[in-house]
Design a protein around this ligand. Structure first.
Ligand code: DAK
Length: 260
């Protein structure tokens, strides 16, 4: 597929995905969503990538939302198609078999904030701004905002953000637990790479199973979730990396994981 709106770069065991429509503040139009979907599918197949960073091009925006220019004139069927495509892509990223770190370098509004919520970890630049301004456009958040935001920061805070459409700065996003960390703008990618490389140095199958256990468990009652945790724990013992990790510890040597 020809990529015009998204850049995929591989750096050792990590991949950096950059949404690249800076003139439109990286707004998500259908073409961008299709490219993201294609890239997520490629990353799913790539056993040499252990962690992914998702960011936006330029210094102004991560993603300023779904593309309002494109959405404005959609009819019901087109709106439905757009929704199905967006939800498919976001779910695919959320369930990708490797962690995705959102490096939020500026505006993360509407679908942009929701995109960051579909990632595993959010690092924000001190210039980042967050919000769900959809009600001001006459719509509800459509890429999971009502669900993922409420699960992350609690219903009271999510409702305030969504009902008012207000935009908050990075320090407030940190205070409410919307982001993991805030870093100086010019250090954002360095920090994101350091975090991705730290994750990539762990046993990849174990990391993948942790992601599955957390993502599934959060949707279940505690007993079911703990059974699922036991299941993935058991699964680790069928991997070569478990033998390697524990042998390296006992033999007091460096470990070398093979993703097997
Ligand atoms: N869509 C399209 N173009 C956008 C855009 C967007 N969301 N945001 C910015 N742009 C474009 C602007 O139109 C402008 O283009 P030109 O006029 O230069 O051609 C360029 O980016 C620069 O923007 P500004 O000139 O406005 O820059 P400022 O610094 O003055 O303001 C801003 C920055 C981020 C405060 C402002 O651009 C802004 O308010 N943007 C809109 C933010 C917003 O409301 N985002 C939420 C969009 S609604 C659904 C699923 C999801 C969604 C909907 C349905 N279904 C499942 C059906 C999601 C909805 C949304 O995300």
């Amino acid at each position: 597929m020809e990529l015009n709106n998204v850049i995929l770069e591989k750096e050792g065991k990590i991949a950096v995905v950059t949404i690249n429509r800076p003139k439109a503040l990286n707004a998500l139009n259908s073409d961008t969503l299709k490219e993201l979907d294609y890239i997520a599918a490629e990353l799913e197949k790539d056993d040499d990538v252990y962690a992914v960073i998702l960011t936006g091009a330029g210094d102004k925006a991560f993603v300023a939302g779904a593309d309002i220019t494109e959405m404005k004139d959609l009819n019901t069927m087109e709106g439905r198609k757009f929704s199905i495509l967006g939800n498919k892509v976001f779910r695919r990223l959320e369930n990708l078999d490797k962690p995705v770190i959102a490096a939020i370098n500026g505006f993360a509004l509407g679908g942009g904030c929701e995109l960051s919520l579909a990632c595993d970890i959010r690092l924000a630049s001190d210039r980042a701004k967050f919000g769900q301004p959809e009600v001001g456009l006459g719509i509800t958040p459509g890429f999971g905002g009502t669900q993922r935001l409420a699960r992350l920061v609690g219903t009271g805070i999510a409702k305030e953000l969504i009902y008012t459409g207000k935009i908050i700065k990075a320090d407030e996003a940190l205070r409410i637990g919307l982001v993991n960390r805030v870093v100086e703008a010019d250090k954002l990618m360095e920090e994101a790479r350091a975090l991705a490389n730290t994750i990539a140095a762990q046993a990849p199958i174990a990391v993948k199973l942790c992601k599955e256990a957390i993502n599934r468990g959060i949707q279940c009652d505690t007993d079911t979730a703990l059974m699922y945790e036991a299941e993935v724990f058991g699964e680790c013992f069928s991997t070569e990396d478990q033998k390697e990790g524990m042998s390296a510890f006992v033999e007091k040597r460096d470990k070398s994981f093979q993703n097997k």
